[in-house]
Ligand binder design. Structure first.
Ligand code: UN1
Length: 493
């Protein structure tokens, strides 16, 4: 049986706990292998290694640090298929999406390697004569990364690559559902020549390891993607400790469809962004805000397309929708379906576990469509993280904007319309961090900032150049070459 262990200071070693937990395939419950259960002591060892290594790494010129990232990119590219297979087996997303996700990591590696020759600061004029002013980026120190299972390599790449190119060291806790891919990613860094101690891997389910990362006095910042519940706890504790955090949490993303839209295009966008990855994306479309006059026509088109979706093992190239991650996710989704029915929403498709032969051993849920949902119903407000979409009828664009913005999250939204004026209204008035026009709510590209407003995040962004703001401190530097002590704000006025 495959065994995965911690990677601390360049060595693969089991946790001192001596415990292991099983890693299973969500398609059929097959045990894929087992993984060490780390402890707070492992985290401490990882932090000590990271701290030592970071001091030297910060002195390596950034273009030289970037050489390692280019190697990471080449190796990811070379192993794209192998990594995608691991991803599909332990997480369940279909193989084409798994390949796409590995591609995101490849793209991020090239992009952040390029940052080794930029990492731009600013030069600005000084208020005073014979004085030079600039701001430069400096590493923060040791970064604690806590990453989710739904995009186990893409999100890990969004965080680890900018952290490392900017001169930090990393202690990483991947989700316990996707431990193998994490180990494969770390092996790539190792082969790419990353000096030991700079990237340390610890595993844990439950809160012990996560807490140890948040609370460790020598972890300077925590970058987290995951549930709002956990994010809020991290925010609270890190706040007390005055520790930097970057939090990326839930979404309740909506596609708005106006009566002048191309309804076939909109239906394609809805089906892809609601049921792709079995709805388990932070960016998944969970609401369709539709103008009343085209509601029924759009429902029919979406229902038609839903009928063609094939559920099954994501390794089969013809499958469209894989399982959800585990039993408790499956039950949570079903619970929301019950809530939706009780609230008076009309169920047009799905609403049950998918138990046909071939699916009975896995965590499969039927793609589900509710209509006549009122925006204030729980299924119209809360994140379900599964293949369930709610149609909410509205009169016009004004009401659509109000409904779009009525949730506590603010990650992604989209509008389908042929009217350029309405496009610009939506771009301005949708209150999310990402807005799509004539496309679904998913599909962010790595060179743009990824993140959301309100309850989705705390103002930071993953990926894009904005991610460097998470992993660097700004240092303002003033060089006075006048030969005298000039008093700012006084001598020049
Ligand atoms: C996520 O769901 O947390 O934009 C990430 C997208 C993907 C990333 C999703 N590129 O849907």
């Amino acid at each position: 049986m495959e065994r995965y262990v911690n990677y601390i200071n360049g060595e693969w070693i089991p946790s001192e706990s001596g415990e292991f937990i099983k890693n299973t395939n969500p398609v059929n419950g097959e045990v894929l292998g087992e993984v060490t259960v780390s402890t707070a002591k492992d985290v401490d060892r990882a932090v000590q290694a990271a701290k030592e290594a970071q001091k030297k790494w910060a002195l390596v010129p950034a273009p030289e640090r970037a050489d390692v990232l280019y190697e990471v990119a080449y190796l990811l590219k070379e192993r794209k298929e192998q990594l995608a297979q691991v991803l599909t087996k332990e997480m369940g997303k279909v193989i084409s999406e798994a390949r796409g996700e590995v591609q995101e990591a490849i793209d991020m590696a090239y992009y952040m390697a390029g940052e080794g020759r930029r990492l731009f600061g600013e030069t600005v004029p000084s208020e005073l004569r014979d004085k030079f002013a600039m701001s430069v980026r400096v590493p923060v120190g040791v970064a604690g990364l806590i990453t989710p299972w739904n995009f186990p390599i893409a999100i890990a790449s969004w965080k680890s690559l900018p952290a490392l190119v900017a001169g930090n060291a990393v202690v990483w806790k991947p989700a316990s559902e996707t431990p193998f891919l994490a180990a494969e990613f770390v092996k790539i860094y190792e082969e790419a020549g990353l000096p030991k101690g700079l990237l340390n891997l610890v595993y844990g389910s439950g809160s012990v390891v996560g807490n140890a990362i948040v609370e460790h006095p020598e972890i300077d910042l925590v970058s987290f993607t995951g549930s709002n519940e956990v994010g809020a706890k991290i925010n609270g504790r890190a706040g007390e400790l005055l520790k930097r955090t970057s939090l990326e949490m839930g979404g309740k993303n909506a596609v708005t469809v106006l009566e002048d839209a191309d309804l076939d295009l909109a239906a394609d966008g809805i089906v892809w962004s609601a049921f792709g990855t079995s709805g388990q994306r932070c960016t998944a479309c969970s609401r369709v805000i539709v103008q009343e006059s085209v509601k029924e026509a759009l429902e029919q088109k979406v229902l038609q397309k839903m009928k063609t979706l094939k559920l099954g093992d994501g390794l089969d190239e013809s499958v469209d929708v894989g399982p959800v991650i585990n039993r408790s996710a499956l039950e949570k989704i079903h619970e929301y379906v019950k809530i939706g029915k009780e609230e008076g929403a009309k169920l047009l498709a799905g609403g049950e576990f998918a138990t046909e032969s071939g699916l009975d051993k896995g965590n499969f849920y039927q793609p589900t469509l509710f209509t006549d949902v009122k925006s204030d119903m729980r299924i119209g407000q809360e994140e379900i993280f599964g293949p369930v979409v709610s149609f909410i009828p509205v009169k016009d664009l004004d009401e659509a904007i109000e409904v779009n913005n009525s949730v506590k999250f603010g990650l992604s939204s989209s509008i389908f319309t042929a009217d350029v004026n309405k496009v610009f209204r939506a771009m301005r008035d949708f209150d999310t961090g990402i807005v799509y026009v004539n496309a679904g709510t998913t599909g962010a590209e790595i060179h743009l900032p990824f993140g959301g407003t309100k309850g989705t995040g705390n103002g930071h962004r993953d990926s894009g150049v904005a991610s460097l703001d998470v992993f660097t401190e700004w240092r303002s530097v003033y060089v006075d070459y006048s030969g005298k002590i000039q008093r700012a704000q006084i001598d020049n006025y």
